[in-house]
Structure formats: C-alpha cells, structure tokens
Design a protein around this ligand. Structure first.
Ligand code: FES
Length: 185
C-alpha cells in the first residue's frame, strides 16, 4: 500500500506553537475547551492590566490625589489665626511672616490662606484653594506658590504663572499693624 500521500500531507505535520500580539504562547491547536479558556483568561488579564496601567499613567483627575511628583517642593510653614467678627488675626512675630518677602499658610475658620509679607507695611493674602481642581496649595519654590496636585503655579500676587490652572487666586483684604496681620474675606 502506498502511504506517501500520508507523509506529505499537511495534516501529518506537527502543530507549532505561535505567539499572539500580547506575547502569550498559543498552541496551534486548542485541543480542549479548557485550553481555550485558559488562553482567553490570560489574554483578558493582561489586557486589563495594560488598560489599568495606561489609565494610571495619564495623571489623576482626583483633586485630592497628588500626582506627577508636584508635591516635592518645600512646604510652606503653617500659622494658625484666630477669628473674631469675621476677621482673622495672627501675630507674626517670630514667624516666617516677620521678615519682608516671607510667605506662609495661615489657617483659620475663614479658610486656608496663602499670605505674603510684601514689605514692612503691607501684606497680601489669597485663598490657598487651587483654581484648577480645588487642591490646597501648599508648596513654595523659586519664588512662586505651587499646587501639589498638577503643578499649577501662582506668583506672590496670586496670578497664575503656570497651568493647568487658568484663573488667579481669590484675594482677601489683608493689613499689618504692629506685627499683627488682619485678614477679612
Ligand atoms: S488642583 Fe490641579 S493644579 Fe491645583
């Protein structure tokens, strides 16, 4: 009996393994239903991980979640103020605001504020709430305030000097007399 047709037949060749685009070795022949399910589950798992990593790599939209290393700048000193009749007062003797050019966060029930000692006789105060997605601005570097969430920067006049924020910080009324700063909303 002539058997050459069986030897030369493609059906007689051993199945070779191949790799799919995700790098998973896929048997040329998925012999059983179980083989198919295992391969499919592996592909789905890697796909889910890849999608998750891609989503994480683009930065966070959560306003309270710092991302991108923008929090790695010196933090402003924090000074508590007392509030009476809608005015927050803080004695700056011995604090970062005692010297000209000093900057600090002043906290009170009126809110968290960025305060700048402009000179001996004047101060400026702004909300510390970033106008981008409402993170609290806590850093100060290279002469500007920096938001820890996405890196927006504001100068000591409260104006945006780097996005993604596009709006300036809201200014409060602030005065200084005998080392006591008074701030009203
Ligand atoms: S909340 Fe996005 S930069 Fe401040």
């Amino acid at each position: 009996m002539d058997t050459r047709h069986l030897v030369d037949s493609p059906l007689a060749a051993a199945p070779a393994a191949a790799a799919d685009p995700l790098g998973i070795a896929v048997p040329a022949t998925l012999g059983t239903r179980r083989d198919f399910c295992v391969a499919a589950c592996q592909a789905l798992s890697l796909g889910a991980i890849a999608a998750t990593l891609q989503a994480c790599g683009g930065g966070s939209d959560n306003p309270n979640e710092p991302s991108g290393g923008f929090g790695n700048v010196p933090a402003l000193p924090s000074i508590p103020a007392t509030v009476a009749n809608g005015t927050a007062t803080v004695n700056v003797a011995g604090t970062a605001l005692a010297t000209n050019g000093g900057t600090a966060i002043v906290t009170s029930s009126l809110g968290t504020m960025l305060v700048v000692r402009n000179d001996a006789a004047t101060v400026s105060a702004f909300t510390a709430t970033c106008t981008h997605q409402q993170c609290t601005v806590t850093g100060f570097t290279e002469g500007v305030f920096q938001c820890p969430c996405h890196g927006s920067r504001y100068n000591t006049g409260g104006m945006v000097v780097r996005g993604p924020a596009t709006q300036n910080l809201r200014r409060f009324n602030a005065t200084i007399t005998n080392d006591v700063i008074s701030i009203t909303a």
